[in-house]
Design a binder for this molecule. Sequence first.
Ligand SMILES: Nc1nc2c(c(=O)[nH]1)N[C@H]1C(S)=C(S)[C@@H](COP(=O)(O)O)O[C@H]1N2
Ligand SMILES: [Mo]
Length: 318
Amino acid sequence: MSRIRLPLINPSQITPEEVWASRRTWLKQAGLGALALGAGGLPVSAALAGTGPYAGRRDPKYVVTDKLTSEKDVSSYNNFYEFGSGKQDPAKYAGKMQTQPWSVVVEGEVAKPRTFDIDDLLKLAPLEERVYRMRCVEAWSMVIPWEGYSLSTLLKQVEPTSKAKYVEFVTAVQPKNMPGFYEHIIDWPYVEGLRIDEAMHPLTFLVFGVYGKKLPNPNGAPVKVSVPWKYGFKSGKSLVKIRLVEQRPLTSWVKIAPTEYGFFANVNPNVPHPRWSQATERRIGDGFFAPRVKTLMFNGYGDQVASMYSGMDLRRNF
Ligand SMILES: Nc1nc2c(c(=O)[nH]1)N[C@H]1C(S)=C(S)[C@@H](COP(=O)(O)O)O[C@H]1N2
Ligand SMILES: [Mo]
């Protein structure tokens, strides 16, 4: 009889309590799964990238096998313009962002609008770990183990009406804590959006952690969205409001440069940005002289998402 090895966690290190509770639930499920496999079941820890309090169970369907970007690079090479336009600015300055208390308003074309505080959100479903490719429109990329659950889990709670055609994501503004606020690169708040079918797609992930731990501020603590088949700018950080709306929202990058950044922003190696190619990408951490990686259509998620765009001209709807 093989022993199931449990990750070594000191419960006193764990906050909030709900994360621990949801983790216990899935450890039980994982244990049952291993028993069903018989004596040869994989140790539970093999299913995890990290053993921190936010580490969720993996479903191979949502785990790419590319080499992971290091934990250090994930949280020290970032775009988060609220803290400045330099890649190191978020790591330098985002520590000042206040992430507690935190609540997210979910409103608009819904039967049951509601304000969720961060603990409500963490209690909604057990966290899962997904390893996603993240492709910035600037032609660099990372491979990141996020911890969260599908955005659809949250949206179903508020019961979208038939008028809900789009979802708008509004992110935090804390002028005193955000040195980039005064740089006016963006007409704050940073706003992004998805069509309702994209928002309800199981791949669209509400993220609370990375590498088994609480999301670091430079990555958009305490909660962000991750839409892996789209350029990174679609994935809003530090969400404060999610609005279900009838009309397509005017999103920040479309407002800044509509000829360069489209609403859909699906990763597409065949449609260059007007100022550079999108055919290849630089994997952060590979070193500057490493060969570039070929960019995949829909960032490699075409099997799961291409049908949402059938019949659409992806050159026009970039
Ligand atoms: N609020 C907010 N969200 C944001 C951004 C931003 O500047 N502000 N930058 C976007 C861009 S351009 C990218 S590439 C990703 C980067 O996410 P990461 O730093 O977690 O890898 O966040 C996106 N979300
Ligand atoms: Mo980006």
